[in-house]
Design a protein around this ligand. Structure first.
Ligand code: BG6
Length: 488
């Protein structure tokens, strides 16, 4: 159905997330003629900018944030005309803020437009913002709210925030975004699994040996050190992105692709995760922190240097072994790892099948036949590859070779909507929460992660160090080696 004009109000409108991810995504939709006609984007921040200043700032920053080849000066000029700015200190207690809320009320006066309140700011502000939106009568019947992750800092704060937001918006109007769910490969995983008959009979502990999920970043924490040191990799990546990927790999078939059916199935996976508590945390997890090193031939400082030398036990790397305790997955480990300042920027899901039980090839032991692997790559390219063994062409003695088969439709691995945001913003405008996290999912994910955080903070062992530009701590390799396996 055609969507009428929208007002997208971005709290945190000058922040890192708005500028690097959200506004570029909105620009790409606009450039392709896919933003609803007359849509306006109202940035809200403390920046003290007029509309013009905001437009200048955003058009300057879009140039850096957009994927190569997508910055079209004319399209940017036309996009920034949609932008407005309201200066408002949401956390501020001064009466001057009342005027700013009134400005927002005036700016949104035309009630015929769909209102999207996009909270691209710290989760502590979600409650206060929603309270004010209600108080100022800004939540009209079609209004929806988008919450950026992480929702809270732990289970209790997530519950509190969910309550606060829930007292202003009904659950079907709350879009908790995890941009990994908007990535092409991630959505394709659902289609591969449930749009074919080839995989599903094999998709269980009978055929699958283990699953690996890796999100490796070469960037450091850079300008986000304040946020990051409070948060760490487990809260920033594991609690949301990695667990969401795990859910899509492990979930049972939903009855249909609708928001409740899909999210019910994901929730079951989260609830089936074997709890990691106490001493088990030491055995099944690795937390690391980078020290100075070299990334892409450039010397880079260590994490503590970036903090200005202040000691910190915040992790910049996590690896763990998770188990989904249900009929389908019992005994199949899910190895997860993610970190900053690693040797490469890459993200992939590897589903490794069991090896052949017996080799018919003279001189080739079964262990020499590489197990089949399905590799779903999210970055640097978006692709799906099935790793098979084939015959090396030619006469004479039968020789074997690995044969990677590309399974993705376009084959060039390039996405028109890199990153996931553009697709998800579109879902918000259409009002479809299928690829957003429901309250119970977020809380179930915290329930699993929180005991790990507790065990870490109670342990005497600090994070293990790894030099920037390496593959992470050796302990992460040991985690798999102990099981007779290795990272792909
Ligand atoms: C964000 C995290 O959610 O995801 C960042 O806060 C991380 O720390 C980013 O860098 C990674 O996203 P992507 O799409 O670049 O892999």
């Amino acid at each position: 159905s055609r969507i009428g004009p929208c007002d997208i109000v971005v709290f945190g409108g000058t922040g890192d997330l708005a500028v690097r991810k959200l506004l570029p995504a909105l620009y790409l939709r606009d450039r392709d003629g896919l933003l609803p006609r007359d849509t306006r984007i109202i940035g809200v921040s403390r920046a003290g900018l007029e509309d013009v200043g905001y437009r200048v700032k955003v058009s300057g920053e879009l140039g850096h944030a957009l994927p190569p080849g997508t910055a079209d000066p004319l399209a940017i000029a036309s996009f920034v005309r949609r932008l407005h700015h309201i200066t408002l200190d949401v956390g501020g207690r001064f009466t001057t803020e009342e005027q700013a809320w009134r400005d927002l009320v005036v700016a949104l006066a035309d009630s015929g437009r769909t209102r999207v309140f996009y909270l691209a700011c710290t989760p502590d502000l979600f409650g206060p913002i929603c309270k004010n939106l209600r108080r100022w009568g800004l939540i009209n019947p079609g209004a929806r709210v988008v919450l950026e992750k992480p929702i809270g800092h732990d289970l209790a704060s997530a519950r509190r925030i969910n309550d606060e937001v829930g007292s202003a918006f009904t659950e079907d109007r709350i879009f908790r975004i995890d941009h990994y769910l908007g990535k092409e490969t991630v959505q394709n995983l659902l289609v591969l699994r449930f749009g074919n008959t080839l995989f599903e009979p094999l998709w269980n502990s009978g055929s699958i040996d283990h699953v690996q999920i890796t999100v490796s970043e070469s960037l450091g924490v850079g300008g986000r050190v304040g946020y990051y040191d409070d948060s760490g990799t487990a809260r920033d990546m594991l609690q949301n992105h990695l667990l969401q990927l795990l859910c899509l790999v492990a979930m049972e078939p939903p009855v249909r692709l609708d928001p409740e059916a899909v999210r019910d199935r994901k929730l079951e996976v989260l609830r089936a995760l074997a709890p990691l508590t106490g001493a088990a945390v030491g055995r099944a997890t690795v937390r690391g922190q980078y020290t100075a090193g070299t990334v892409a031939d450039r010397p880079v400082p260590g994490y503590i240097d970036e903090l200005g030398g202040r000691p910190s036990a915040t992790e910049t790397f996590v690896a763990c072994k998770a188990e989904v305790r249900n009929w389908r997955w019992a005994g199949v480990p899910f190895y997860l790892r993610t970190g900053k300042r690693l040797d490469r920027h890459a993200a992939e899901i590897v589903v490794q099948l069991r090896g052949v039980p017996h080799s018919i090839f003279p001189g080739v032991p079964p262990s020499a036949l590489a197990p089949n692997r399905l590799v779903l790559r999210l970055y640097p390219d978006e692709s799906v590859e099935l790793h098979l063994t084939g015959k090396r062409p030619g006469p004479g003695e039968l020789r074997l070779q690995p044969v990677p088969v590309r399974l993705d439709a376009t084959g060039d691995g390039r996405s028109r909507f890199p990153g996931g945001y553009a697709r998800l913003v579109d879902d918000v405008l259409r009002g479809d929460p299928t690829f957003f996290m429901r309250r119970d999912e977020v809380e179930a994910a915290w329930s699993w992660v929180e005991p790990i955080l507790t065990a870490w903070s109670e342990s005497d062992c600090p994070p293990v160090q790894y030099a920037a530009g390496t593959a992470g701590p050796d302990a992460a390799a040991d985690l798999l080696e102990r099981d007779g396996r290795s990272w792909a």
